[in-house]
Design a protein around this ligand. Structure first.
Ligand code: ZN
Length: 322
């Protein structure tokens, strides 16, 4: 994967935070996972700084080449990469936190911070299912929906506001959105088509709780009409979103990431079918599952730390101009 210096890769999730030490050859020496400290910037910073220090200390002996040189961090939410600031992370309970500089101050290491879905998308674009494409979209379907949009080989960032595919307004014909989105939107894609949205829709329609979208897919296959309708609505909404993206960007490939992408033909066949009904002259994107599964966040954060080191090293290599 890489030939550089060791880094710490941090994947902050709404439930768990993974911290990994990755050596210069790309080998993951250790991954730790612990419940994320929520609703406290100071608490989260303490947690991350401690995790970085612990990992580094645990491998320092006998591994002089395992001393980390940088930290890459991804968080779910709006992130201004250039300023290193978490603008808004609803799931973490954070707003306007200059996480990059504050973590750098605590660890004494250079830190690079980004949005989790854009990071995971970048891993797919560089090394995964979208490798080789110039224009591509990666849709990460989990509790919510995140995305990464690449145009002519570059990630479109929108100063932190871009790629928010989960909040694309979609109106499913003949249907009203089941619940208002966490962002306040009346009919966001993630209300319809995220794993969380599908489970919530099913619970609302039937009065019976569903523990995840997998259960709703299983019920639909077993002949539960309510479940079939909820799954159908989710696929309609997803097809609408992909059709808009195909119209504006003409991506060569659309990668579906996250737990639902492992549903295989059960997801991709009906999505194809719906997309064909919506598109006319458009270039058809290849619809493919992501290459990286649960480990995508850690890989993406290691990649981010690598990029930071390259940026830091370049000016040194160029040397002073004389
Ligand atoms: Zn929304």
């Amino acid at each position: 994967m890489r030939a550089g210096r060791p880094v710490v890769a941090v994947d902050v999730g709404g439930t768990l935070t993974k911290t990994a030490l990755v050596d210069g050859r790309g080998e993951v020496l250790e991954v730790r996972s612990e419940p994320t400290v929520l609703r406290s910037a100071t608490g989260l910073l303490d947690q991350l700084a401690l995790a970085v220090a612990d990992l580094a200390a645990a491998h320092a002996e006998g591994h002089p080449d395992a001393v980390p040189a940088a930290v890459g961090v991804h968080v779910p939410g709006l992130v201004d990469d250039a300023r290193g600031t978490v603008l808004l992370a609803e799931n973490l309970g954070l707003r306007d936190v200059p996480l990059r500089d504050q973590l750098a101050a605590r660890t004494g290491l250079p830190v690079s911070l980004g949005n989790d879905a854009r990071g995971a998308g970048t891993a797919e674009f560089r090394m995964g299912a979208a490798r080789g494409a110039r224009t591509a979209v990666v849709i990460s379907i989990g509790t919510g929906i995140g995305g990464a949009v690449f145009v002519d080989g570059r990630l479109h960032d929108g100063d932190g506001f871009g790629c928010e595919l989960g909040h694309m307004p979609v109106l499913v014909p003949g249907r009203r959105a089941p619940v208002v989105c966490a962002c306040g939107g009346p009919s966001c894609l993630e209300q319809w088509a995220s794993a969380g949205g599908i489970a919530r829709s099913y619970a609302r329609v039937t009065g019976r709780p569903a523990h995840g979208a997998r259960e709703v897919f299983d019920a639909a296959r077993a002949g539960d009409d309510d479940a079939a309708r909820v799954v159908g609505d989710g696929l309609d909404a997803l097809a609408l979103a992909v059709a808009q993206l195909a119209t504006v960007l003409a991506p060569e490939v659309v990668v579906i990431a996250g737990g639902l992408s492992r549903a295989g033909a059960e997801l991709f066949d009906p999505l194809h079918e719906r997309l064909e009904q919506l598109l006319t002259f458009h270039r058809r994107p290849r619809l493919v599952p992501a290459r990286f599964g649960d480990g995508a966040g850690v890989i993406a954060s290691a990649l981010r730390a690598d990029e930071l080191l390259e940026q830091l090293v370049l000016p040194l290599q160029q040397g002073p101009s004389s």
